[in-house]
Write a new protein. Structure first.
Length: 197
């Protein structure tokens, strides 16, 4: 039987929340593997996602008109608190049942979407700020859930501009590398090092 989305979210949060907490103010303008997003915009986007998907877990409408939340006050602690609320929202009875969202998608699929965002954007932010982000052997169920759902969603995601063009990875690549490539990321992305003149 599949693990609960809330349990998988808890596992992903344990890896992503420390990355967000460790972002330094001087790193907010750094580029990320996520297209035109810098660290500030991507952290704000992930914060917005965490808030929106709490609403979707409760079968309420979410506002996707604002792509990124302004980073104000103690936003790092706020992100951690809201991520714990996200886990609790998806642990509530009935959260994974039925449909939710404007497109009336299966709730389990919607839960996998926020799980994927937490994992992939966690990697984006870690890679941009020079921190490790490697899945553990115990993350197999998490990667299976996200990989399977994102494979289904990828064609629509690319049409909507949510995913970039798929990046080919080597045969036999780790499932996490395959997930990154599926979402349009180069698993070996690194910030450009500017030459000193």
């Amino acid at each position: 039987m599949s693990e609960k989305i809330s349990d998988l979210l808890e596992r992903a949060a344990a890896r992503t929340v420390p990355v967000v907490r460790a972002i330094e103010d001087g790193q907010l303008s750094l580029p990320t593997p996520c297209g035109a997003y810098d660290v500030r915009t991507l952290a704000g986007h992930l914060y917005r996602v965490v808030l929106n998907f709490q609403e979707l877990a409760a079968k309420r409408n979410a506002d996707f008109t604002q792509q990124s939340l302004p980073l104000e006050g103690d936003w790092r602690a706020g992100f951690a608190e809201e991520t714990h609320r996200l886990i609790a929202a998806w642990a509530a009875p009935g959260a994974e049942e039925g449909t939710t969202g404007a497109m009336s998608m299966p709730a389990r699929t919607v839960g996998a979407m926020v799980l994927g965002d937490l994992v992939v954007h966690g990697w984006d932010l870690a890679r941009a700020t020079g921190r490790p982000y490697e899945p553990a052997a115990s993350d197999a169920a998490l990667l299976d859930e996200v990989g399977d759902r994102f494979a289904e969603l990828a064609p629509t995601g690319r049409t909507m501009g949510v995913f970039g063009p798929e990046v080919p990875v080597a045969a036999g690549a780790h499932p996490f590398e395959r997930l990154l490539g599926l979402t349009g990321r180069d698993p070996h992305w690194a910030p450009e090092v500017k030459a000193v003149s």
